[in-house]
Design a protein around this ligand. Structure first.
Ligand SMILES: C[S@@+](CC[C@H](N)C(=O)[O-])C[C@H]1O[C@@H](n2cnc3c(N)ncnc32)[C@H](O)[C@@H]1O
Length: 284
């Protein structure tokens, strides 16, 4: 027996969408056509706002492995999907191997990136056709960068790569970089910790001129353990930058895939630091 299509419920659905501005996307949930920020459903939106998350990044490919502190593609995708819509502009002024540009291309966003070191810039240029500039990000006005909808970036964690940490020994053996360079212009080479933070804060302050009003900047950063002491870089950045942008949250990226290392056993407490902060600010 032929099943008669229930037209009444179909037209009721259309009326529902028109009236309430919702589109049903099945398992993904319902998308509100009035969503100002992104193309996610309410269900996906809520999931993102949990204050911690775990990623299981795939092993870094050979083309990008020489960079000592690249963030995973899945991290960039998570944040870019939440803070932008298709066709919007994203900036990473300390772009390393251009992960942000790479994901922008995949997601139909427009990426702009700057990197000081030619070796990483070359890798980034090969990974995507988006806008990539070689130079000191402090000279951002020299590059042709419009106002952007979102900034996703990660600075050097002061001089933390230079300390020949136990985790770096294998990289060194394989001939991979364990620091960026000796260039004075690289933020990594500012010797004094307070000076490093102040220069970083000044730089992020300058970036306000490139970020549209009421749009967001996310900084991936961590506190640093050096010579038996924790330097609260992430916390200090949150406080100091909070004077210029509205600090909205600190999401914690739990790095459950890192190997535990025997540190300080039978002697003194030394933490296995397996998390990173994602500081979310808004230009208000
Ligand atoms: C944590 S890494 C960023 C990694 C990047 N997110 C990726 O996925 O490859 C920080 C980068 O900032 C760059 N950098 C440091 N000082 C800079 C400056 N003054 N101008 C531009 N880039 C700079 C470093 O060379 C390094 O590649």
């Amino acid at each position: 027996m032929a099943v008669k299509e229930d037209k009444s419920s179909y037209s009721n659905d259309c009326n529902f969408i028109k009236k309430n501005n919702y589109i049903d996307l099945g398992d993904r949930g319902r998308y509100c056509t009035k969503n100002k920020l992104n193309e996610l459903t309410g269900k996906e939106w809520i999931k993102f706002t949990k204050s911690w998350f775990i990623l299981r990044p795939i092993r870094r490919s050979n083309d990008v492995i020489s960079h000592p502190a690249k963030f995973p593609e899945s991290l960039a995708e998570r944040f870019i999907r939440f803070f932008t819509k298709e066709g919007e502009i994203v900036l990473d002024p300390m772009a390393g191997t251009g992960t942000v540009n790479y994901i922008c291309e995949k997601l139909g966003r427009i990426g702009y990136s700057i990197e000081l070191e030619e070796k990483y810039y070359d890798i980034g240029k090969n990974r995507s056709y988006q806008n990539f500039y070689l130079g000191d990000c402090r000279n951002i006005e020299k590059f042709n960068i419009p106002k952007v909808d979102y900034i996703l970036t990660s600075p050097p964690y002061w001089d933390s790569l230079k300390r020949n940490h136990i985790r770096q020994i294998k990289r060194k053996d394989k001939g991979f970089d364990t620091e960026y360079s000796l260039k004075q212009k690289n933020f990594e080479n500012i010797e004094n910790y307070d000076e490093f933070i102040n220069q970083l804060v000044d730089y992020y302050k300058l970036l306000k001129n490139w970020l549209k009003k009421r749009k967001y900047i996310t900084i991936i950063v961590n506190n640093i353990y050096k010579n038996g002491k924790l330097y609260p870089l992430a916390f200090e950045l949150a406080c100091k930058l909070g004077k210029y942008y509205a600090l909205k949250d600190e999401q914690v990226w739990c790095q459950d895939d890192k190997r535990l290392v025997a540190l300080g056993i039978n002697n003194a407490y030394v933490g296995n630091r397996h998390h990173t902060y994602c500081l979310i600010f808004r230009n208000e």
